[in-house]
Design a protein around this ligand. Structure first.
Ligand code: KG4
Ligand code: ZN
Length: 338
């Protein structure tokens, strides 16, 4: 059964719409809200207003670029959570109304499942079972994937997410939000010469708050001696912070692979766009004999194509939204992934 699905993502500060014909992406439009930069983080109320202003244009653009007609659509897939409630409400209400007007089903999508299934947008597809480390601004999760619709979280962050460690560390160095991509760029010219704390967390869970605190104290002590310390050492500071974050991520991936006896490894989410993380993973894969899957850059950070691929799998199983379903900021994994 072939399908044309319109997908909508609005969980945080990217307004995005995509059209997929089966697994093929016909369009994937992302409008990133730069308005938040001046505040040093995403302001929820401003995000929902910006989604409201952008959504219709983004959807129209996605449909036009895909060269389809609204009446060709078989279903609409939309992020139901987790995310910012106001932002989710804009995308979800829009999707529900459009699906109703067109007389087609609405499909709920769990944002974190979408990051994992972004791997199914392109060939070669990962073999099952595989382990996916999803690292975004709000989550750090090790996911054991047995089938597209069967996956479980086997490890997660107990406090900050890896993306938050980049963003909060960047804020301490006075870098604008989101700091992750800039730290990536600056670190290329620096060396990881400053030793930063490594958390000792047993098992497959992560912790990044200790690293942030150790970075804060290190900067504070260094600034007492030299008030220009950050400006004079910015590239090495970025390289040191990035080195430690990547080190923590790779160490847990190795442990997960050993414990589960799985050598099919994938990464996903915004932090998977980090060049040092991608490079270190490729090098570690040679040592560990892993087969690794790294998504295209545009499918790492938030985008609607990844929502569409979940829509594709759910549509085939007729897993449609309940008529009274609502978006949920803390949508549980079990609520959507069966
Ligand atoms: O998945 P995503 O786009 O949104 C969420 O669902 O959170 O991830 C955003 C996160 C931010 O913390 C951002 O700083 C980080 O991904 N990020 C990066 C890079 N690109 C995005 N972190 C490090 N290096 C990058 N190149
Ligand atoms: Zn995300």
């Amino acid at each position: 059964m072939s399908s044309i699905i319109l997908a909508i993502e609005s969980s945080c500060d990217d307004t995005s719409a995509a059209v997929l014909r089966d697994r093929k992406v016909l369009s994937n439009v992302v409008a990133s809200q730069i308005v938040h930069r001046q505040y040093g983080g995403v302001v929820p109320e401003i995000a929902s207003r910006a989604h409201d202003e952008l959504i219709w244009f983004v959807v129209e653009d996605a449909i036009t670029q895909a060269q389809v007609n609204k009446n060709d659509l078989d279903a609409i897939a939309c992020t139901r959570g987790p995310g910012l409630l106001g932002s989710l409400l804009v995308g979800y209400t829009f999707s529900k109304a459009l699906a109703y007007a067109l007389g087609i089903p609405l499909i709920d999508v769990h944002h974190m499942q979408a990051h994992v299934l972004a791997h199914f947008l392109d060939d070669p597809l990962p073999d099952f079972p595989f382990i996916c480390l999803t690292v975004s601004g709000g989550h750090t999760q090790l996911v054991l994937v047995e089938e597209p619709m069967k996956m479980q979280v086997i490890g997660k962050s107990l406090d900050d997410a890896a993306g938050e460690a980049f963003d909060k560390g960047g804020k301490l160095m006075n870098l604008p939000y989101p700091a992750g991509p800039q730290i990536d760029r600056l670190a290329k010219k620096g060396k990881p010469i400053f030793p930063l704390a490594k958390p000792q967390i047993n098992g497959l869970d992560f912790s990044f708050s200790g690293l942030k605190t150790s970075f804060l104290y290190f900067l504070r002590d260094s600034l007492k001696v030299n008030p220009q310390f950050i400006e004079e050492n910015l590239e090495d500071l970025c390289a040191s912070l990035q080195f430690r974050i990547v080190d923590i991520l790779i160490e847990k991936l190795i442990l997960a692979s050993l414990l589960r006896g799985i050598k099919e490894i994938a990464i996903a989410g915004g932090v998977a766009a980090n060049s040092a993380f991608r490079q270190t993973l490729i090098e570690e894969a040679k040592r560990q004999n892993w087969k690794v899957h790294i998504p295209k850059m545009e499918y790492c950070t938030d985008n609607a194509a990844m929502i569409g691929i979940v829509g594709y799998y759910k549509f085939r199983q007729k897993l449609y939204a309940e008529p009274d379903a609502r978006p949920e900021a803390r949508l549980r994994w079990e609520a959507e992934i069966r």
